[in-house]
Design a protein around this ligand. Structure first.
Ligand code: PEP
Ligand code: MN
Length: 346
């Protein structure tokens, strides 16, 4: 941590900062320049709140050198985390990107879900997604079929062999969702529900953590840290768009730069969700391709057997035929990505 003192800071003010940090175990190196003094504090900065140091008299600014997340950070673990499922599917590192597809919500029509799952299998996808507990902005919108939906997902897994990804919204439901799911999803709205993060941190199943709509990358990685420090290091991150000033053409702004940034600062796998990231069907394919080229370890895409009549998010869902057409092109693109050199082959 680097503390820059004001040019007018007194010796007493500098000593207060120095003594405070020394008491917390930091080694202090003082640099008295012509204009101002700079204090370098060497030690585990997780033991102090930088904002509190910044509030000391005579302090101009505090700059962190070490990232505040530890388990999620590349500083702590250099090699990529690769999560392997019992059926051999792997996600992370240089593994082939995975596809998670399915309806926003699991609905009463099991056959509709099954048709999507069969198409996903046919196209080489690995995961079926579908919401049983739905975090809806309005309380009057469809809230999800809860356990019935989990049963449907398990039935579709039985028939297709796809792994199931589904969201949990409440700590009380974690044991039930974990029982049915292969990956437990934490939605964007719950990215900072710390009790829920702690509860899934105690799960055995991998967790798909979606970035909050207004979360910084640091907050996103710290949310992952909450899960990891409770014992579950199998975290898959998901960039799903953030709020920006312009929602004329898109629901959210898919932050594609977050993908290489997270790869630089974390060893965890990261996937992209261009459905929620854009809110528009026609933007799914271009953003999906861009995310893959940017290094995403997978994609989450909403696909519905009848998007015009979907209970939720129809506008950002592909029909089965649209999905198949897109997936052919996506599979071709995946085959051409040279991850070692971050470019397309041929
Ligand atoms: C979802 O994946 O169904 C969902 C609700 O997404 P998000 O939490 O990203 O809005
Ligand atoms: Mn949705």
């Amino acid at each position: 941590m680097i503390i820059v003192m004001e040019p007018k800071a007194t010796k007493e003010e500098i000593d207060v900062v120095k003594n405070n940090l020394e008491k917390k175990g930091f080694k202090i190196v003082l640099n008295h320049g012509d204009v101002m003094t700079v204090i370098a504090a060497i030690g585990d900065k997780r033991l102090v709140d930088p904002a509190s140091i910044a509030s000391f008299e005579g302090v101009r600014s505090v700059k962190l050198i070490q990232e505040p997340y530890k388990l999620a950070s590349r500083e702590g673990k250099e090699e990529d985390t690769v999560i392997e499922f019992p059926n051999g599917v792997k996600i992370g590192g240089l593994e082939r990107p995975v596809m998670m597809v399915g309806p926003c919500s699991v609905e009463k029509d099991f056959n509709g879900l099954l048709r999507v799952a069969v198409a996903a299998r046919e196209m080489g996808c690995q995961f079926l997604r579908g919401g049983a507990f739905k975090p809806r902005t309005s309380p009057y919108e469809f809230q999800g079929l809860e356990e019935k939906a989990l049963e449907y997902l398990a039935m579709a897994r039985e028939k297709t062999g796809l792994l199931v990804v589904t969201e949990v919204m409440d700590t009380a439901d974690v044991p039930m969702v974990e029982d049915y799911a292969d990956v437990v999803q934490i939605g964007a709205r719950n990215m900072q529900n710390f009790k829920l993060l702690k509860a899934v941190g105690k799960c055995d199943k991998p967790v798909l953590l979606k970035r909050g709509g207004a979360a910084t990358i640091r907050e996103f990685l710290l949310a992952a840290e909450h899960i990891m420090c409770n014992g579950n290091e199998k975290v898959i991150l998901c960039e799903r768009g953030i709020k920006s000033f312009d929602s004329t053409f898109t629901r959210n702004t898919l932050d594609l730069a977050a993908i290489p940034i997270i790869k630089k600062y974390s060893h965890l796998p990261i996937i992209a969700d261009p459905s929620h990231g854009t809110g528009r069907r026609y933007l799914i394919e271009p953003m999906a391709k861009a995310a893959l080229v940017a290094g995403a370890n997978g994609l989450m895409i909403e696909v519905h057997h009848d998007p015009e009549n979907a209970s939720s998010d129809g506008a950002q869902s592909l029909s089965i035929q649209q999905f198949k057409d897109m997936q052919k092109r996506i599979n071709k693109l995946i085959g051409r990505i040279d991850y070692d050199n971050q470019q397309l082959k041929g």
